[in-house]
Design a protein around this ligand. Structure first.
Ligand code: HDE
Length: 732
């Protein structure tokens, strides 16, 4: 659709598109299965007890006389209270805070040379998926935007059973051995005595552990980078972390790393913004995901594999089984072979997002465990933790956990058995069912693997002892802006530590990664910069920076972004409605922000826009760009005293976001909101209808300027942030 056509579109058209209806139409066996378990309470049916007896009063309990005691005989009241009393279940011991969505996966490039698993071979299949995104450290009610690793757990409901890739947004992990997992988690979670701080790594215990665990340093570089304050779950990569093993029909084995790459690119918040949003909208990422899906702007991720045939296992200077290492994409390129679209929000958070029980052991034939020392105990842990969290061994029968293929076995009974299992409960039996299935008929046969032999002892492979090289590779691969952010993050985190010994030990470790980095962190903490002890190897990879456009993993687009349109009574309707309609057609979410919710009248009689936010309920942090629409009338005359407008403009500017204004708001922006920052641009506006530079976009008040304005806004928004802007004089 051309810009002009978009503008003509009705203002209220939303983003309902042909694409949206196409996605909706895809048949999804998991949705069909869930529908059988769904009770729709909007259908007219009286309130009943759990056992079906209709009730005439659910607000007043049975009493022995007016003002008398409540009677135990009131079964409805007792049942209601009892059920409520038992509503809570234990939250996940890690990744407690999360949000989920349904979707589907489609393969476009089969890889029969790597695996015989049908899901990675058959391009005609549409496989239902459920994804749960999460943070690691915080409790279930903690804020979304904290500095933390993000979980990216995907379940594929395949015809061969459930396949779970329980991934993170960082490609490496803190530790090499699963036996250390309780320690790293205890260290990062709130202190045992005071239970503070919540959902943060900026404290003594975490950095104490890290300083004594050099294998975690590569991961810590990711943790201190922008990666761990993502802008959105829609703009985050996902990594299976381990090298898994895939097996082809000839029995040949390969090591495979799984990758997710977001279509909208990889983008992050800035730290000040993340801190503020944690209070302003703790559900920021949750809301962002739901809003996008409900607006039809479906998140999409490409699915890729890095494949190393088994005979090349030892060709690297790191161990493929070491989950603290990436395989640089220069050495083994990622092959993108399919994609996943998330197109439905859950109907019931608890039943779906909370009760989904991912397990790394959920693998389908053709995909297997490797000997990564993080993986086997991990698989044990997931199965094990569900027993406590979901209260027994029958959690596979919960609707969200049920595979879409038929399931027969000899497992029986247990708490909350919800199936009537008719027939034999042992094998072998005289009936011949349920029976094991041969490999050629789809039964799982694990591939034979020669074992190295040796002595039973607590050891790690020789290449597991090098910890700094890839941490340095990460640092070297960052752009200058990203390096500044890493220094800032270390300074914040170590600045929050109270124990001097913890800080000094960490500085020593950082110095092994790069001396300049250590010196910058030391300077910011007013400590002695350390001498160089370990020269930087100087190597870099071009696939890690989020800002450097040579990273082919990244994408820059305005699609899926969010823009706040500030209007006051008397605003210029043509410009405002033009932006709104054009952006809606492009999949940019526009929220009108006005002096009150509801109708805001423009300067053209009879025309108005509906405001979604008021000046008070909105903050610039919730948007990728802010635009101030000019206008006429008494409210516009008073604009210089409009504190929320001033704050929104300065704050968005300080966070490097797109800031725009039209008509009379340009003068206001120049004189009051950003004095001294945009003079030259305003001068240029006198000779041109629209001007744009470093994320600032200015326009006159004429409707004919709208297409050019929209193009400039779209271009600036797609850059994500104007990193070249000097914000040193602005505080908000
Ligand atoms: Fe987890 N992890 N983990 N983990 N993990 C859990 O399982 C564990 C690891 C990850 O949305 C728990 O169901 C061990 C790596 C995600 O429901 C638990 C080890 C990666 C989720 C557990 C690891 C992850 C979990 C808690 C070995 C990235 C959330 C609740 C060191 C590839 C899944 C649960 C969801 C959850 C144990 C390491 C990611 C306790 C022992 C590596 C995304 O079982």
């Amino acid at each position: 659709m051309s810009l002009a056509e978009s503008i003509k579109q009705s203002v209220s058209s939303g983003v309902e598109s042909v694409e949206k209806s196409a996605h909706k139409a895809i048949s999804n066996p998991k949705q069909a299965q869930l529908a059988d378990f769904t009770v729709d309470y909007t259908k007219d049916r009286g309130i009943a007890t759990h056992f079906g007896v209709l009730q005439s009063d659910t607000e007043t309990a049975l009493k022995a006389g007016i003002r008398g005691p409540t009677l135990i005989e009131d079964t409805h009241a007792r049942e209601k209270i009892t059920h409520f009393d038992h509503e809570r279940i234990p939250e996940r011991v890690v990744h407690a805070r999360g949000t989920g969505a349904h979707g589907y996966f489609k393969l476009h490039t089969p890889i029969p040379e790597v695996t015989y698993a049908p899901i990675l071979n058959d391009t005609t299949l549409t496989t239902p998926t459920f994804v749960r995104f999460s943070t690691v450290q915080g409790f279930r009610g903690s804020a979304d935007t904290v500095r933390d690793v993000r979980g990216f757990a995907t379940r594929f409901y395949t015809q061969q059973g459930n396949w779970d890739i329980v991934a993170n947004n960082n490609p490496v992990f803190f530790i090499q051995e699963a036996i250390k997992f309780p320690d790293v988690i205890h260290a990062v979670k709130p202190d045992q005595a005071k239970e503070i701080p919540q959902a943060q790594s900026a404290h003594d215990n975490f950095w104490d552990f890290i300083g004594r665990t050099p294998e975690s340093l590569h991961h810590v570089m990711w943790h201190m980078s922008d990666r761990n304050i993502p802008r959105s779950y829609r703009m985050m990569q996902g990594f299976g972390v381990h090298s898994f093993v895939c097996v082809n029909a000839k029995g040949q084995r390969s090591f495979v790393k799984f990758h997710w790459k977001p279509k909208l690119g990889i983008h992050s918040l800035v730290w000040d913004e993340a801190l503020k949003i944690a209070g302003q909208d703790p559900d920021f990422h949750r809301r962002d995901l739901y809003d996008a899906i409900e607006a039809g702007s479906y998140p999409e991720y490409e699915f890729g594999v890095q494949v190393v045939p088994e005979e090349k296992e030892h060709d690297f200077d790191f161990d493929l089984l070491d989950s603290t290492k990436i395989i640089p994409e220069e050495l083994v390129p990622v092959r993108y072979i399919g994609s996943m679209v998330l197109n439905k929000c859950p109907d019931d958070f608890f039943a779906e997002t909370e009760q989904i029980a991912f397990c790394t052991q959920h693998m389908v034939p053709g995909i297997e465990h490797s000997n990564d020392p993080l993986l086997h105990l991990r698989s044990f842990s997931y199965q094990d933790t569900q027993l406590t969290r979901l209260g027994g061994p029958n959690w596979n029968l919960l609707p969200i956990n049920r595979p879409v293929c038929p399931v027969f076995n000899t497992h029986r009974d247990g708490y909350m058995q919800t199936q009537i299992n008719k027939g034999p409960n042992y094998w072998p039996n005289r009936f011949g069912t349920p029976h094991p299935v041969a490999g050629k008929d789809g039964g799982q046969v694990l591939s034979p693997q020669p074992l190295p032999g040796g002595v039973k002892e607590r050891v790690r492979g020789p290449k597991f002892s090098e910890h700094y090289s890839q941490a340095t590779l990460f640092w070297n691969s960052m752009s200058d802006v990203e390096k500044e952010h890493i220094v800032g993050a270390f300074s914040f985190e170590l600045g929050r530590c109270d124990d001097k010994g913890v800080i000094e030990l960490m500085l020593e470790q950082i110095n092994f990664i790069d001396n300049k980095l250590a010196c910058l962190v030391a300077q910011s903490l007013h400590l002695q910069p350390p001498k160089e002890v370990h020269p930087n190897h100087g190597k870099a990879t071009k696939f890690l920076s989020q800002i450097n456009p040579v990273n082919s993993n990244n994408a820059f687009t305005a699609v899926g972004r969010r823009m706040a349109l500030f209007v006051h009574d008397g605003f210029d309707f043509g410009i405002a409605s033009g932006i709104k309609a054009a952006f809606a057609g492009m999949g940019v979410i526009v929220n009108v922000v006005g002096p009150r919710k509801g109708k805001i009248n423009s300067s053209t009689t009879g025309t108005f826009l509906e405001a979604h936010f008021t000046f008070e309920t909105c903050r610039s942090t919730l948007f990728d760009g802010v635009f101030f629409v000019g206008g006429r009338g008494p409210e516009y005359d008073k604009l210089k005293r409009q504190g929320r407008w001033l704050h929104a403009a300065r704050e968005a500017f300080m966070h490097y976001k797109t800031v725009g204004a039209s008509g009379s708001a340009v003068d206001w922006l120049n004189k009051y909101a950003l004095p001294g920052e945009i003079d030259r641009l305003v001068d240029n506006l006198k000779s041109e209808g629209v001007v744009a530079e470093q994320g600032v976009v200015l326009a006159g008040s004429q409707v004919k300027e709208a297409p050019m304005l929209i193009k400039s806004l779209t271009d600036e928004m797609s850059k994500h942030r104007a990193w070249g802007r000097d914000v040193s004089a602005i505080a908000a």
